[in-house]
Design a binder for this molecule. Structure first.
Ligand code: AP5
Length: 190
């Protein structure tokens, strides 16, 4: 299986590049943000809990996310591989993912860490907020998402450096240019 973790700050292009990776390599896509937004839309118990965290730009507690992820992963049992978008975001989530994949006889193949300047991240998210209707794409919440990213999520890069899976990808430039860099990195481990 080809299992790709796509990692980076809010607005770094994880969702955009995931779509291209899926088409090129025939992978399944698991975006924890998309799953949570769908739970919110359907007003499930999880959705109601997640709403408070998401609107403040904070992380949803690990236990809820890991249980949710395990269920989604079970539905992809016959997959050629999975792209994990927005997960893991903390060390306990990374450890849980490793355990879940190992139990299924597989592991993370590569972690792509998209590097984008902070002013560009804010510009992209404010632009998207005009049309997306995402309740977390406003300046106040974007600032708190970025703070949470730096404090809680960015340190996770070291976990994958130690695993020998970390590849830094320059996330500035056109979508096609960035995808070219990603393909080069994936083809080297495939
Ligand atoms: P999530 O949905 O994962 O959001 P995020 O990490 O903040 O990332 P975004 O979706 O905003 O950005 P992206 O990197 O996917 O960029 P995109 O391709 O869209 O999470 C939302 C919330 O859910 C979290 O804050 C948290 O509360 C909760 N959550 C989710 N997962 C969790 C977890 N594992 N644990 C705990 N809580 C969790 O691009 C952004 C914009 O830029 C788009 O408009 C795009 O068109 C544009 N763009 C992309 N590439 C380029 C380019 N090269 N040039 C110009 N524009 C570009």
């Amino acid at each position: 299986m080809l299992n790709v973790v796509i990692f980076g700050a809010p607005g770094s292009g994880k969702g955009t590049q995931s779509e291209l990776i899926i088409k090129e390599y025939g992978l399944d896509h698991i975006s924890t943000g998309d799953v949570l937004r769908s739970e919110m839309k359907n007003e499930t118990e999880l959705g109601k809990i997640a709403k408070d965290y998401i609107e403040k730009g904070q992380l949803v507690p690990d236990e809820l996310i890991v249980n949710m992820l395990a269920k989604v992963l079970d539905s992809k049992a016959n997959s050629k591989g999975v792209i994990f978008d927005g997960f893991p975001r903390t060390i306990p989530q990374a450890e849980a993912l490793k355990k879940m994949l190992n139990e299924r006889g597989t592991d993370v193949s590569i972690m792509l860490n998209l590097q984008v300047d902070e002013d560009e991240l804010i510009k992209r998210l404010l632009e998207r907020g005009k049309v997306s209707g995402r309740s977390d794409d406003n300046l106040e919440t974007i600032k708190s998402r970025l703070e949470v990213y730096h404090k809680q999520t960015a340190p996770l890069a070291d976990f994958y450096v130690k695993e020998g899976k970390h590849v830094a990808i320059k996330g500035m430039g056109t979508i096609e240019e960035i995808f070219g860099r990603i393909k080069e990195a994936i083809n080297a481990v495939k």
